[in-house]
Design a protein around this ligand. Sequence first.
Ligand SMILES: NC(=O)c1ccc[n+]([C@@H]2O[C@H](COP(=O)([O-])OP(=O)(O)OC[C@H]3O[C@@H](n4cnc5c(N)ncnc54)[C@H](O)[C@@H]3O)[C@@H](O)[C@H]2O)c1
Length: 259
Amino acid sequence: MTHMADVASIFGLHGKVALVTGAATGIGREIARLFHDAGATVIGADLNEAALASLSEERPGVHLVAFDQSDPASIAALFEQVDAIGPIDVLVNCAAIYPFRKFEEVDTALLDKMLAINLRGPFQCIQHAVRRMKVDGRGGSIVNISSVNSMRACIYDNVHYGVGKAGVNNLTLSIALEYGEHNIRVNSVLPGGVATDHAAAEADGYPLRGPFTQPGRIPLGGTSCEPCDIARACLFLASDASRYVTGQLLAVDGGFLVS
Ligand SMILES: NC(=O)c1ccc[n+]([C@@H]2O[C@H](COP(=O)([O-])OP(=O)(O)OC[C@H]3O[C@@H](n4cnc5c(N)ncnc54)[C@H](O)[C@@H]3O)[C@@H](O)[C@H]2O)c1
């Protein structure tokens, strides 16, 4: 028979140090809150210092670090600050941008910026994390926030975003393969629609169209879930409950990808 204490130790994060990027707002903020409530020592990192500051008012004890995921030196400095708090057990790569633009109007500056933040940044965060997690065979769990856009064309005017997130999926599979021997697990969560302030605001004047917006398309109904739905999937993947799970792309999309 399973006792409550066992459930808490299996699904909880007591004693673990978890770094969550993009923790100032939206999904990342909810992940940081839930991980803190699950017992982790949480480091929330983000570019938006003002929004990040209010996270520690909600969850005193959460460590805050301002950083720019497009800047390799800033990422290195972030991990030095994490080291001062404790050896990292969990990394959630959530920080990203998703400006809409017509494919033919995506210029080099926008493409470079998006790929620097959404792909190169997570790549380099994982490099820093695995160097630490493999020491003494400690291992760890890495969760990359991807998107259903990575798997198939979902919405117009978002090609540059989809290719970056497709790269994140490949990163997940490749690092899962190469670092399993170090007991480092790597998985992706692929949100469909999530009701965040950013998602509500971000269409840059472009009408939302594509398979994702077709009425009745999502088997579980509605058009979006809540940030907590993504955070709960991340908690499963970060915790020992998923200790034999790696290299998975877990869609939290109401079934959109099978429709
Ligand atoms: N909301 C959705 O419908 C949805 C759907 C699929 C995937 N996603 C993914 O979920 C994640 C969170 O999305 P969200 O809707 O919560 O957006 P959000 O804008 O609320 O959160 C993203 C966070 O990343 C931070 N950030 C941006 N650029 C940064 C940089 N250079 N350095 C450090 N931090 C930076 C932002 O300040 C912000 O706090 C993203 O990876 C996004 O691609 C969201």
